[in-house]
Design a protein around this ligand. Structure first.
Ligand code: URP
Ligand code: ZN
Ligand code: ZN
Length: 472
């Protein structure tokens, strides 16, 4: 059905202006005033911002990890994402050594197909590089439209890949048109430090942070950047948590390397002291990389403002406190790493970023949506408000207040990492391809309505201006 969003303030990464928006067949068909209203449902957005739907480029839904499986699956996770103003996610498809990549992708399709309520794509984990993998990659790009690969430099004996694998992945990605993402922490050094800590009887959650100091993130970030430079390839560093890593990304960018960085809401507003909460509550705040000393937060905000970091991913990877985080009560290395963040990514960035003057409104849109669309081959179908784009829209009340809490959140987990935090600015209604998924703060979507997105290839050094229309 035709819809006309009237009287709102449209905000893109480049502009802020008052105009109406006509939606036909799921696409934005006109932007302007005095648009033809005949037969259209009128939606009044007076006093509200009209943003392009958020794109969360970093989620782990229904993912086996640390001896358990993340609590949120593609249904609960995408419903929560939609409440939070996100209309597209890109989830990490795990692979296993020796198993065809295609099998892993089929598993991820099965997990998501009948459940997602918003659109979604996959990044593909690369754990090994051999002839079989190299033969499969071109088809994965062409047929599946998966144009980003993920290499873990940490989680020794689980996901960690060696430098040869990373380097060869960078070379393959350059040739094939994919973006290489890295979890940049030195897994070997962490392995040594964690074993040493346990030997010394240090078992509490805080030792998770103390055995993964900023230097191990800075070192791995610098190493990955150098290898990307040597391969003349492209690199995206996920979940940047500290000044050491920002510095390495900035240095590499200053040399002209094609390098991008993402941070996450938890690193912007939480700090290392949370891991010291009594009664094992610190386990709720176990992320890798870990939360850092508070002063790092302003470094991250400043990097977003100045463009040294370009995106915000939730790194949604939720585990219940009871029954899952509990696994590590006597040994911090057994605490499942990750937390519930998919729902609050957008609001935290708006409230703490725009409302506190750390970033402006257009930067907010760029960081939460447009830049990820450009980097991951979705622009301009996704990530902006323009004629011909998918009508993925967030109608946002900039003054509405909410207190983040497990009692009211829509994620499936039994705690909220930001419990008690007050945010100002909230999505009121959210549309995906012209259909309401959230309407006046109520879920009205349906599981399985989310569409799998085949993504365009990465174009080196041009992603910022990548402007072609995609036929997906
Ligand atoms: N970040 C985290 O602690 N958990 C999710 C997996 C990952 O991204 O490393
Ligand atoms: Zn990671
Ligand atoms: Zn992650």
């Amino acid at each position: 059905m035709k819809k006309l969003i009237k009287n709102g303030t449209i905000v893109t990464a480049a502009d802020t202006f008052s105009a109406d928006l006509l939606i036909e067949n799921g696409i934005i068909s006109a932007i302007g005033t005095n648009l033809p209203a005949a037969g259209a449902e009128i939606i009044n957005a007076e006093g509200r911002y009209v943003f392009p739907g958020g794109i969360d480029p970093h989620t782990h839904l229904d993912m086996p990890f640390c001896g358990t499986v993340t609590k949120d699956d593609f249904e609960t996770g995408t419903i929560a994402a939609a409440f939070g103003g996100t209309t597209t996610i890109i989830d990490f498809c795990l692979t296993a050594k020796g198993e065809p990549l295609k099998t892993a992708i089929q598993t991820w399709h099965k997990k998501s197909r009948d459940k997602a309520v918003i659109d979604y794509g996959f990044h593909l984990m690369i754990g090994e590089i051999n002839e079989k993998v190299l033969n499969e990659l071109p088809q994965i790009i062409e047929k599946e439209g998966i144009t980003s690969f993920k290499v873990f430099m940490a989680y020794k004996n689980v996901f960690q890949a060696d430098d040869e694998t990373l380097f060869r992945t960078l070379l393959a990605a350059k040739e094939l048109g994919a973006l290489v993402m890295v979890h940049a922490e030195n897994g070997d050094v962490i392995d040594f430090l964690t074993k040493k800590a346990l030997k010394e009887g240090k078992t509490e959650p805080i030792y998770h942070a103390l055995t993964r100091p900023p230097e191990v993130e800075g070192e791995a970030t610098g190493r990955a950047a150098q290898l990307a430079g040597l391969a003349d390839s492209q690199l995206y560093v996920v979940h940047v948590s500290c000044a050491d890593a920002v510095e390495k990304i900035s240095e590499a960018r200053a040399k002209g390397f094609d390098i991008w960085g993402e941070t996450c809401p938890q690193y912007l507003v939480l700090d290392e002291s949370y891991l010291e909460k009594p009664d094992f509550e610190g386990a709720k705040y176990v992320w890798s990389p870990p939360l850092r000393e508070k002063w790092n937060q302003e470094v991250l905000w400043n990097a977003l403002k100045t463009g040294q970091l370009q995106t915000i991913g939730s790194d949604q990877c939720s585990f219940d406190f009871k029954g899952q985080k509990d696994l590590g009560r006597d040994d911090f290395t057994k605490i499942p790493n990750g937390g519930p963040t998919i729902e609050d990514r957008f609001s935290i960035l708006f409230s703490e970023g725009v409302k506190k003057g750390r970033i402006d409104l257009n930067q907010f849109v760029d960081i939460t949506s447009t830049r990820a669309a450009k980097l991951f081959g979705l622009y301009p179908k996704k990530g902006t408000i323009s004629v011909g784009s998918d009508a993925d829209i967030v109608i946002f009340d900039p003054e509405m207040e909410r207190t983040l809490s497990a009692e009211t959140h829509n994620m499936a987990v039994d705690y909220n990492a930001f419990e008690g935090m007050k945010v100002r600015g909230e999505p009121v209604s959210v549309l995906v391809r012209g259909e309401f998924v959230i309407r006046d703060k109520k879920f009205v979507g349906s599981p399985g309505s989310g569409k799998y997105l085949k993504r365009a290839k990465y174009k080196q050094n041009t992603s910022i201006d990548q402007n072609e229309t995609l036929s997906i």
